[in-house]
Each structure stands twice: as structure tokens, then as C-alpha cells.
Design a protein around this ligand. Structure first.
Ligand code: B12
Ligand code: SF4
Ligand code: SF4
Length: 351
């Protein structure tokens, strides 16, 4: 069997849905990345402004690389979606183990396999935070197309998968058959986005995206975007949920399955830092930290319309953190409740 086919076979055994091969060179998407950054669409993700050259051209990241292998690892969960307003919505990708660890481990094994069948071959795994424009490279490797919601879609399985790369020092033939754009006249994702985060089809202004606001953004969430966040407290799946290419059920990897029911918002608000670390150890939520999660939970409770949310929110005014207090006070106002009694113990700015 040819080396590429043996790698494909092993990748399937390791749980990847698909892999593809491309030849590393300057990718045309690098220019679009620069335009996107100039428009300030990255918000305060300052790290995206660094190593822009490397993102488009993996050979500046690893001069020895001759092939970029791109792998798709599925995470869709078949569990029913719990969207009661008193429950927290956590994006499907974040309900189980942190994919960074899982992806790196599996790509590492694929690299070990390569070294076994081709002694001396060098490889290095790259995942998400690594400086690679993963979606454009995945498209070049024939894994799908970037939909109007900007995520990569595989025509056979939709978009519920992570991407990761293995840079390889062997020259393997690129997969030339790329998938053409199949969005057609559809605009479902653009219309369904609760915060109108797309500046135009195929272009996302992160500063308005719930995923960015709940995960990446460190400061105060702009008031005009809070209502649109609904009960999302970590990430957002709306643009992918409405996509016609995601209507079939796809079995995700076991490691990404949720360990239990959707968390109750009021319980999350009462959670101490220590409880947060115990409960979310090993999941992507750990990266965002207790403080930002509590901020997001306060917004979600404000959006719940549930009068039972008032009491836990009033109690939360005692948390001596101006960022949390600002969002808790907003939530109380949105629920039509006074925050005065508990506000006496507050050390934050008036709401
Ligand atoms: C920064 C980042 C974010 C940011 C910005 C998202 C974005 N769309 O770029 C935020 C925090 C908002 C985010 C959110 C999410 N992310 Co994210 N994110 C990244 C990260 C780290 C970098 C992406 C990047 O470089 N963006 C910069 C812009 C320039 O890229 P772009 O959207 O592809 O821009 C293209 C278009 O604008 C296009 N373009 C511009 N003009 C025009 C005009 C036309 C006509 C056309 C055709 C195209 C076009 O060209 C640009 C370059 O290709 C990647 C990992 C990686 N290293 O690549 C993960 C990654 C893209 N994210 C991922 C995921 C899963 C998500 C979420 C689904 C998580 C969630 N459920 O909350 C959401 C999806 C939100 C959305 N609709 O995109 C996955 C996507 C997997 C997939 N199947 O595609 C990735 C690949 C991580 C991974 N390793 O799996 N993410
Ligand atoms: S993830 Fe949510 S907020 Fe972000 S673009 Fe998609 S629908 Fe809009
Ligand atoms: S919802 Fe429609 S427009 Fe958006 S990515 Fe899916 S097919 Fe394309």
C-alpha cells in the first residue's frame, strides 16, 4: 500500500473522520487574513496579529516541512439539545475533553506511525493555537469548503469536526480534488446569527460573535449584544445548527461527549473558584476561567426571564469583582429587579 493510503488507514483507526494532503507554500488566504485583521475583526485576540506570515505559509513555521497533512476529528454529539432558559448552553465542541489535548495526542500517534513505516521521517503536530490558517489549508487538502458561516463543511458529514495538522518532511503528493462551494443561494446562517456578526457572507466580525464574547473577550460585554447571547455561556452553535449540511446525525468522538446534563445557570452562578476548577478540569471551559464564566452566566440569567434568577443574582452582588458586578446589575435590571439591598456589600461601580 502507498504511504498516503497507509496513513489514511491509520488515521481512521485513530478516530479521524478524514485526512487530506497539501503542499505547503504561501496560501492566498494570507492576504485575506491581513485585510480581516486591518478591519479590526479580531477584536482583542492580539495573538492573531502575530506570526501572520507563518499562518499562511507553514514553511516559515517549519522550513523542513514538505507536506501538510490536515485531519478532521468529529465532535458532534447525538445527545438531545437542552435549551431551557434556566439551563446554560455550552457549545457542542466544549462539552467533553479539551480537543487541543485529544487532537495533539492522536496526531502525535499518527506521526509515530509514519516514523515506523518510513524510518527517519520527521513530523510535527499543530492544533488551533498553532500559527496555521487551518480552514483554508483544510480546503486546499480537499476536506471541504468554507461556508458562508466561515467554518469548513464536509459535504458528507457537515461541519461538526475539529481540524489539526501534521507537518511532514516527506514530499507526498497533494490531494488535488478540492470541494467546490456548495452554499449556493442559502443564507440561513447569516439570518440566524443572534448578534448579526457577519459583516458579509464568508466574513465574520469576531467582536460581535457570541463565541468570541463568551470565550475570548476579557472585558465588559457590550450591552447591545447581551440580549442576543440568550443562554449561551460558552461558545455558540447557532450558525452551524441551522446549516442544511448539518441536518444528518453524525457520531462524534467519545472523548467529546458531555459527562452529564446541561448545567443549571443558578448553580453555576453560586459556584466557587475551587468548584469551577474541579468541575471543568480537562475541558475547554478551564481556559476561560471562573471569572469570565460567571460574567457570562449573569448575562444568561438576565436573559432567562425567570423571576427565580433574582435571588442568586442578588447574592452574586457580594462577589468583590467589578466585572462580575456590572453584568449582575445589568441582569437584575433586565429582570426588573432592584439590586439595592445586596449592593450595599458591593465594592464595584454603580450599575
Ligand atoms: C480565531 C478563531 C476564532 C474566532 C474567529 C472565527 C473566524 N471565523 O475566524 C472566534 C473566537 C469568533 C471563533 C469562533 C468559533 N470557532 Co474558531 N478558530 C479561530 C482560529 C484560532 C483562527 C481562525 C482565523 O485565523 N480566523 C481569521 C479569519 C481571517 O479567517 P476566516 O474566517 O477563515 O476568514 C476567511 C474569510 O473571511 C474569507 N473571505 C474573506 N472575504 C471573502 C470573500 C469571499 C467571497 C469568500 C469566498 C471568502 C472570503 O477569507 C478568509 C481567509 O480564509 C481557528 C484555528 C486556526 N488556527 O485556524 C479556530 C477554528 C476556525 N474555530 C473552530 C470552531 C469550532 C469555532 C466555533 C464553531 C466554536 C463555537 N462553537 O463557539 C466558532 C464558530 C464561529 C464562526 N462562525 O466562525 C474550528 C473550526 C472547524 C471547522 N469545521 O471549520 C477551528 C478550525 C479550530 C479547530 N482546530 O478545529 N474562532
Ligand atoms: S457562532 Fe453564533 S454568534 Fe458567532 S457567528 Fe455563529 S451564530 Fe453568530
Ligand atoms: S447555512 Fe447555508 S449559507 Fe450558511 S454555511 Fe450552511 S449552506 Fe452555507
Amino acid at each position: 500500500m502507498h504511504l498516503k493510503e497507509r496513513l489514511r488507514h491509520e488515521a481512521l483507526r485513530l478516530g479521524f473522520a478524514r485526512i487530506g494532503f497539501a503542499s505547503p507554500a504561501a496560501h492566498p488566504a494570507g492576504e485575506r487574513l491581513r485585510l480581516w485583521l486591518d478591519l479590526d475583526y479580531a477584536g482583542d485576540m492580539a495573538w492573531l496579529h502575530r506570526r501572520t506570515q507563518e499562518r499562511a505559509d507553514p514553511t516559515s513555521l517549519a522550513p523542513w516541512a514538505r507536506t501538510i497533512l490536515v485531519a478532521a476529528l468529529p465532535y458532534a454529539s447525538l445527545e438531545p439539545e437542552n435549551s431551557l432558559p434556566q439551563n446554560a448552553r455550552i457549545s457542542r465542541y466544549a462539552r467533553g475533553k479539551d480537543y487541543h489535548e485529544v487532537m495533539k495526542r492522536r496526531l502525535g500517534r499518527l506521526g509515530e506511525f509514519l516514523a515506523e513505516i518510513s524510518p527517519g521521517a520527521r513530523s510535527s503536530p499543530v492544533v488551533d493555537t498553532g500559527a496555521v490558517l487551518e480552514k483554508p489549508w483544510a480546503a486546499s487538502a480537499g476536506l471541504g469548503w468554507q461556508g458562508k458561516h466561515t467554518n469548513l463543511i464536509d459535504p458528507e458529514s457537515g461541519s461538526w469536526f475539529f481540524l489539526g495538522e501534521l507537518l511532514i518532511d516527506l514530499e507526498l503528493e497533494p490531494d488535488s480534488a478540492t470541494v467546490t462551494d456548495r452554499c449556493g443561494s442559502c443564507t440561513r446562517c447569516l439570518e440566524a446569527c443572534p448578534t448579526q456578526a457577519f459583516s458579509e457572507p464568508y466574513v465574520l466580525d469576531s467582536r460581535k460573535c457570541i463565541s468570541y464574547l463568551t470565550i475570548e473577550h476579557r472585558g465588559v460585554i457590550p450591552e447591545e449584544l447581551r440580549a442576543g447571547m440568550g443562554n449561551w455561556v460558552f461558545g455558540c452553535d447557532v450558525c452551524q445548527e441551522v446549516c442544511p449540511w448539518n441536518q444528518g446525525m453524525v457520531q462524534g468522538d467519545k472523548e467529546f461527549e458531555a459527562g452529564g446534563d446541561a448545567p443549571v445557570l443558578a448553580e453555576l452562578l453560586r459556584m466557587s473558584r475551587e468548584e469551577f476548577h474541579l468541575r471543568f478540569a480537562g475541558t475547554p471551559l478551564r481556559r476561560t476561567g471562573w471569572r469570565r464564566l460567571v460574567r457570562n452566566v449573569a448575562v444568561a440569567l438576565g436573559n432567562s426571564g425567570d423571576p427565580r434568577a433574582v435571588e442568586p443574582l442578588r447574592d452574586a452582588l457580594a462577589i468583590p469583582d467589578p466585572l462580575i458586578q456590572e453584568h449582575v446589575q445589568w441582569a437584575l435590571r433586565r429582570l426588573g429587579a432592584e439590586s439595592s439591598s445586596a449592593a450595599q456589600v458591593s465594592t464595584g461601580p454603580p450599575g
